[in-house]
Design a protein around this ligand. Structure first.
Ligand code: NAD
Length: 477
């Protein structure tokens, strides 16, 4: 098939008004840090410095927690319908500023504008709308006649869906009457700081939402602060385990959303073209920086050649490059450190004997880039079949029977998601019942909806976010 040449179609970045430096958002105001430390956030696509961001130290964390504690007294006592109004207002402002937020997210994170514009930001608004609806109906949520909030939530989020992870954390917390101190990831702080402005614009009472920026030390100071009643963390399994240990010492409530190594299972009766689209969306969406990515493809042996042929042809049509170009399918890797990790695990895959393939693909000279990559001849013992790569790298394995597919899919320390592709409804139900994964998609992949709970088993963490279930994490039940 001849390759279509596309003229560049970049989204203008003039809609974003970047400040040179950003303070911490504490008690409704942007403030400096006590010790004046700062770090830079860059565009991963060009390595250009976007802004300087304040690094919160222990004193700042303390200040933010105190502000949240003070605000808790009035926020938790507010009539629930009033809390709804604030959340609806925030949701509407997000919609009004959607284009600006999408450009900012793509600049800071490296993800294609097509995704930030059509997936991330609409879902962010949807989350606030959804939980705004719950705020005055909590007594009907199935958690007792008079559910109470927990207090101050300390929330730490990763860099792969910066504003969406913020929405997953803040919307249910506020709806239930809690106040929050949230720390975004150090490589993607800008949309969380824009969200702080949105809180001001919505006249949210000071201290209900506090945003503190910084890296792992700031996160640790927050989750270990004695004034926190609940910890909510999304990130790596390694850090999640540390947090679980520190919460166990204090008996503090916590929910953890961690890594994954999902199986995407294609049976021989599946609609192959549709399945190939789902495989591509499963692992190359957001450069594979997706905790529930379908990073292990399990193909039934009888259709292996057909699926691999179609998949390779489809990969040849993916366009990698400028995240702000509306035609881009694959953007930049979020950081030099993540790129090094993807390279290392891919090299190990080759060294262990798997066969590596990427479509011909020119990588930009600056920034952090990795081509869409497929490994075939992968065995379950290979590290690329066991460890989370968190990049655009797919490991392909085969199976003969449903029982073998289930055994291979469940042969992982993780349990976040899985996908099943087949025409048979009965097979979907059988697989869904036996796959040990928090989410099982049938004939689709990476679909998110605020009404649907999301979370893991085993080393993918515990607790659910989204849906009615997501309220439980923020109620004293
Ligand atoms: P990470 O765990 O290194 O960092 C996540 C966040 O935790 C960042 O804000 C970081 O600054 C902070 N942090 C680091 N050390 C900390 C500590 N000791 N105490 C408190 N906070 C600390 O992970 P990452 O590299 O930023 O994100 C990628 C990982 O996140 C992947 O493994 C991915 O699977 C996982 N993830 C999971 C989900 C989910 O919903 N299950 C969603 C997105 C990402």
């Amino acid at each position: 098939m001849p390759k279509f040449e596309y003229a560049p179609a970049p989204e203008s970045r003039s809609i974003v008004d970047l400040r040179e430096s950003y303070g911490l958002f504490i008690d409704g105001k942007f403030t400096d840090s006590a010790d004046g430390r700062a770090f830079k956030t860059i565009s991963p696509a060009t390595e250009e410095v976007l802004a300087e961001v304040t690094e919160a130290g222990p004193e700042d964390v303390d200040r933010a927690v105190r502000a949240a504690r003070k605000a808790y007294e009035t926020w938790s006592a507010l009539a629930p319908a009033q809390r709804s109004k604030y959340l609806f207002r925030i949701a509407r402002i997000i919609q009004e500023r959607a284009r600006e937020l999408a450009v900012l997210e793509s600049l800071d994170n490296g993800k294609p504008i097509r995704e930030s514009r059509d997936v991330d930001i609409p879902l962010v608004a949807a989350h606030f709308f959804y939980y705004a609806g719950w705020a005055d109906k909590l007594e009907h949520a199935g958690f007792g006649p008079c559910p109470k909030p927990l207090g101050v939530a300390g929330q730490v989020i990763p860099w792969n869906f910066p504003l969406l992870m913020l929405a997953w954390k803040i919307a249910p917390a506020l709806a239930c009457g809690n106040t929050v101190v949230l720390k975004p990831a150090e490589t993607t702080p800008l949309t969380a700081l824009a969200f702080a402005e949105i809180c001001q614009q919505a006249d949210l009472p000071p201290g209900v939402v506090n945003i503190i920026t910084g890296a792992g030390d700031t996160g640790r100071a927050l989750v270990e602060h004695p004034g926190i009643d609940k910890v909510a963390f999304t990130g790596s399994t390694e850090v999640g385990k540390q947090i679980a240990r520190s919460c166990a010492r204090t008996g503090r409530r916590n929910t953890l959303e961690l890594g994954g190594k999902a199986a995407n299972i294609v049976f021989d009766d599946a609609a192959i073209d549709q399945a190939v689209e789902g495989i591509v969306n499963g692992i190359f969406f957001n450069q594979g920086h997706v905790c529930c990515a379908g990073s292990r493809l399990l193909v039934q042996e009888s259709v292996y050649d057909e699926v691999l042929g179609s998949l390779k042809r489809r990969l040849g049509t993916l366009r990698l490059g400028d995240p702000l170009d509306k035609n881009t399918d694959v953007g930049a890797i979020n950081s030099a450190a993540q790129l090094a990790k993807i390279r290392e695990l891919s090299d190990i895959g080759e060294a262990e004997g798997a066969e590596r393939w990427s479509p011909p693909c020119e990588l930009p000279a600056h920034g952090f880039w990795f081509p869409p990559t497929i490994f075939t001849g992968v065995s379950q013992a290979h590290r690329i079949a066991r460890e989370e790569i968190f990049g655009p790298v797919l490991s392909v394995l085969t199976f003969r029977t449903p029982a073998e597919a289930i055994e291979k899919a469940n042969n992982t320390p993780y349990g976040l998601s899985a996908g099943v592709w087949t025409e048979k409804g009965s097979l979907i139900l059988r697989m869904a019942a036996q796959l040990r994964a928090g989410v099982v998609w049938a004939n689709t992949f990476n679909r998110f909806d605020p009404t649907s709970p999301f979370g893991g088993y085993k080393e993918s963490g515990y607790g659910r976010e989204g849906g009615r279930h997501g309220l439980e994490a923020y109620l004293d039940v």
